[in-house]
Design a protein around this ligand. Sequence first.
Ligand code: NAD
Length: 489
Amino acid sequence: MPKTPRWTRTLTDLRSSQDAYLDVVATGPGRSVAGALGLPAPVSLTRHEAGRPEKPRTVLVIADESSSADADALAQALSARGHDVRRDAQAVAEGSERIQAVLLVLSQAHGPSDLTAPSLSLGSVLRRLDRGARVVAVSRAAEGVAAGSAVAVSASAVEAGTESVRRNAARQGAVGLVRSLAQEMRGGATANGIVMADGVAVDAPSVLGGLDFLLSGRSAFVSGQFLPVTSEAGPASLAQAALGETPLEGRVIVVTGAARGIGEQIARLLHAQGAQVVPIDVPAAGDALAKLANAIGAASLPLDVTADDAGQRILEHCRTRFGRIDGIVHNAGITRDKMLANMDEGRFASVQAVNVEAPLRITQQLLADPLAQGLRVVGLASTSGIAGNRGQTNYAVSKAGVVGMVAALAPELAAGGGTANAVAPGFIETEMTAKIPMARRQVARRLNSLQQGGLPVDVAEAIAFLLSDAAAGISGQTLRVCGQNLVGA
Ligand code: NAD
């Protein structure tokens, strides 16, 4: 039998949903060729393996002068977690040892010029960073400016006076530093930030929990992003040690759209982290849903989330089987792309119905019942809902709507100890994105700082983190899992 010519095989690979280009350039001669031609040279990301605790990292802690006490507290917390903490940037820069992380503490910076020395110290050690290294900045949220990707803070909160104006400039300066540095990172390394609201201590549970997440392989596809810590809620035990491999032990968590793609991966990961998962999908996806439910020992609920009584049916299911419901992940979503000039009502309305109207209705139905006291809600937004995307006005309306939904739900849930957050994936390798024409798909994969598409598990990890006690002090936020998409905000 004649062999298929190599170019045809390559073309077939490129057409498939797998990223064949990444496989070719990740190592060996393919990598050298890509380098010589100035082509993108992504590396395979090192991800967390469920159930396998990660090795501690060598972490260099750098701070501006006024933040040194906060740096001491954080260095102590890192040591307590088993990390090997270094404090002397010059020794690291001049030595030959590789380090796996830098923690940049800028929490008390008074003015923009306070950022000069620590930024240059950080620059001096970048060549010493290992593959897959992490840079995490810890700073305070600037008033009047969106801390992360989405939430507006009232401008009236800005105090008058030169001191506070200078301080605000420094706080926002830290954001500029991280966003630019993330674009300069190589070898699968990432740079992110934790921004604390005023009044949140540097060793608050979600600052430390956020640090655990951002330093680990659980955040492999998160770069150039910020975790805003809005309160000190969360377990005191986080000061001593990171949450283990099963932080969701005993929780009952509903996942919609779980029959395939990102939803399936969310269900599997939450199960691996100890949760009792209730997977939901349309009755037509019953076989795939049943297969998943079997694999994770769950009782699935075939249900169209747009049904008027979807919330009631979820409550009934959880009440009779578990007597509780702790969280819901509104993952079910559809796209019906068309330029607005060619858009019809069916396409526009169906996308709103599934992606945002159903999560709104279901959440309100759940919150009306005492069983859902303290509910943890996670919505699926999209970078299209933040930066916009040609041909996706209907989808962007729905996904920006999810960002708005969680921001407004946060104060409502806070009274009962619940939280509401969203995750905004960029390009993730699923059946949904496999439908994008080959050439556009190849380009879309490279248009982020990590130069590759993310995997469903990357989104699942961020969601599991947001559902855990470690994120109890994070609410109303939207975390992008997009490898720092270079298009848009
Ligand atoms: P997918 O199409 O592979 O899976 C979506 C699942 O939702 C399917 O199993 C489908 O049957 C289910 N579903 C659709 N309508 C439903 C309804 N009315 N009731 C119940 N279930 C329903 O999609 P995916 O790529 O896994 O995306 C999952 C979520 O992530 C979606 O909300 C999507 O908008 C969002 N997202 C995906 C990407 C990406 O790159 N794949 C990027 C940004 C956001």
